[in-house]
Design a protein around this ligand. Structure first.
Ligand code: ZN
Length: 173
């Protein structure tokens, strides 16, 4: 396993639609392992393949935030939202590709998702709470969408300007 660098917004790869995975290969297994390691190291609760520059429809997440609790790493390949609740929920979201910026986003409170597992089988699960927000945020990444795209243009531009500045500083360091 190895850590992969996380792309920082703005980056054209974060705006692209990722490609469905045809088959669970060793490359995909390695990608998933690396993504989990990168996510835990960051630390974060979710990471999508485009955030490490790979345009495959793969995401990882673990919304167990209590360090004392048992981790629950999940790998979702080709995830699809099959049902959303009418009830909405607001969470203050952040993103590993938009460091240290947080904003409230409203999304369906509960979602049913199906996906291909690393075992090559179809899985489905009903998510609520933070898990529901996280899985929707990560699936958005696979469609080239960021949480700041839900914000008013002024707020989004302000965050983007900060990220441009941050990237310039990181490039100089
Ligand atoms: Zn994100």
């Amino acid at each position: 396993m190895s850590l992969r660098p996380i792309l920082i917004h703005p980056d054209p790869r974060l705006k692209k639609v990722a490609t469905p995975v045809a088959e669970v290969t060793d490359d995909i297994r390695r990608l998933a392992d690396d993504m989990l390691e990168t996510m835990y190291d960051a630390p974060g609760i979710g990471l999508a393949a485009p955030q490490v520059g790979v345009m495959d429809r793969v995401l990882v997440m673990d919304c167990v935030k209590d360090p004392e609790a048992t981790p629950d790493p999940m790998v979702l390949i080709n995830p699809e939202i099959v049902e959303v609740s009418e009830a909405m929920n607001v969470y203050e979201e952040g993103c590993l590709s938009i460091p240290e910026q947080y904003a409230e986003v409203e999304r369906p409170a509960e979602v049913s998702v199906k996906w291909l597992g690393l075992d090559g089988k179809t899985h489905s699960e009903h998510f609520d709470g933070l898990w529901a927000t996280c899985v929707q945020h990560e699936i958005d990444h696979l469609n080239g969408k960021l949480f700041i795209d839900y914000l008013k243009p002024l707020k989004r531009q302000m965050i983007t300007r900060k990220m441009v500045k941050l990237k310039r500083e990181l490039a100089r360091a």
